[in-house]
Design a binder for this molecule. Structure first.
Ligand SMILES: [Zn+2]
Length: 113
């Protein structure tokens, strides 16, 4: 079980297992956020009961919502606007540093897409 939280602790989630890798994407939004994405299916990510609200940002083709803690601003996850799409990404930078340090980083050339 890996627990992750934003800086203020208002948004917390847990996953059963570490991802096989995390994705450092250089697209126009990820390079600005500085996120490292770990991918899961929606049911695999358990958000804590009583989590604070998130704001989200939707742009371009409007298929993905990027969520951030409304209090401290940490980017927590993205999910598809279409709720039937099960894949989602969580920001692995919110995981404990010793967990993140053991996960290989893949570089995705999102800027080229
Ligand atoms: Zn927060």
């Amino acid at each position: 079980m890996i627990e992750a939280s934003c800086h203020c602790g208002s948004v917390r989630f847990a996953v059963e297992a570490a991802p096989g890798d995390v994705n450092d994407c250089n697209c126009s939004i990820c390079r600005r956020y500085g996120t490292l994405w770990a991918y899961y299916q929606r049911p695999q990510v358990r958000f804590a009961v009583g989590n604070g609200p998130t704001d989200n940002y939707v742009w371009g083709h409007r298929v993905v919502e990027f969520h951030r803690c409304r209090t401290c601003g940490c980017v927590t996850h993205w999910s598809a606007v279409d709720r039937s799409y099960q894949r989602m990404g969580v920001n692995a930078r919110l995981m404990p540093p010793e967990v993140l340090a053991a996960i290989p980083v893949s570089h995705f050339d999102g800027a080229a897409m």
